[in-house]
Design a protein around this ligand. Structure first.
Ligand SMILES: [Fe+2]
Ligand SMILES: [Fe+2]
Length: 252
């Protein structure tokens, strides 16, 4: 098995793939980066494709699962370079529509992206998009960490692609990148979430939204994925997390 790729879900018509391509110059940072692909009946959705540096590798890996011209949507959970840096290359290479928070549309030209007519801008409340027989839901995740931020929920696989929520600073294990012991994993979540996430109130609001959906897997943009009882373990942990403005006195 290629350790840079893992099939998270496959029922024969609907498939979710996790990739783990890293910018080599950052491989010692331990904030390993994940990219995701959903394919249903030959139509693709690419999630947080990442920086320019990994474009070629990711393009080749994605094309083994879907005809690049059949990528219908490219979703950006937020505006960061490790999420959206390659938007201009993907625009040239595909016919996809780009889905992102309306806050970030005007900033995309700074990554060399000019085709604003291909953007589906999400209002703060999010949206539901029909995808084949199923749907994709864009769940508000604002200030977690970006002020315009969404989680993508895939109703078929029941995976929540959570962007930086759930990101952990860990060196990449070989093979399947999933949390084994939540107790041991907590310390790798703590520092990142404390400084990057907005506040406990915002974490709770997101947890409430997620708990209304049937979520089997939480798949973050960095680190390891949460499955089985670790989905609930993570949500309980996040509900109690003190972060961001809860530490005003440390920040100002
Ligand atoms: Fe980010
Ligand atoms: Fe990130």
């Amino acid at each position: 098995m290629d350790s840079k790729e893992k099939i998270l879900f496959d029922d024969g018509t609907h498939k979710c793939v996790m990739f783990s391509f890293d910018d080599e110059s950052h491989e010692d940072s331990f904030l390993s980066v994940n990219q995701y692909l959903i394919v249903q009946n030959g139509a693709g959705v690419l999630i947080d494709p990442g920086s320019e540096a990994i474009f070629d590798e990711l393009y080749d890996a994605v094309s083994l699962h879907v005809d690049i011209q059949n990528i219908k949507f490219i979703f950006l959970s937020h505006q960061d370079p490790d999420v959206a840096g390659s938007i201009a290359q993907w625009a040239v290479s595909t016919k996809a529509k780009f889905i992102m928070s309306s806050l970030w549309v005007r900033f995309m030209s700074h990554y060399g992206f000019m085709e604003m007519s291909r953007v589906m801008a999400l209002a703060d409340g999010g949206a539901k998009l029909k995808f084949g027989k199923d749907y994709l839901q864009f769940v508000p995740a604002h200030f977690l960490h970006s002020p315009g931020n969404f989680t993508l929920y895939d109703s078929k696989s029941k995976i929540a692609f959570s962007g930086d929520i759930g990101a952990a600073v860990v060196s990449s294990p070989q093979g399947y990148k999933k949390v084994e012991s939540f107790e041991e994993h907590k310390e790798h979540l703590q520092g990142f979430h404390k400084r990057y996430m907005g506040s406990n109130k915002l974490c709770r609001a997101w947890v409430q939204k997620i708990q209304k959906l049937q979520v089997d897997v939480i798949a973050p943009q960095h680190g390891l994925i949460f499955e089985d009882e670790n989905v609930q373990n993570f949500l309980e942990w996040l509900k109690e997390l003190q972060c961001g403005s809860d530490f005003m006195e440390e920040l100002y």
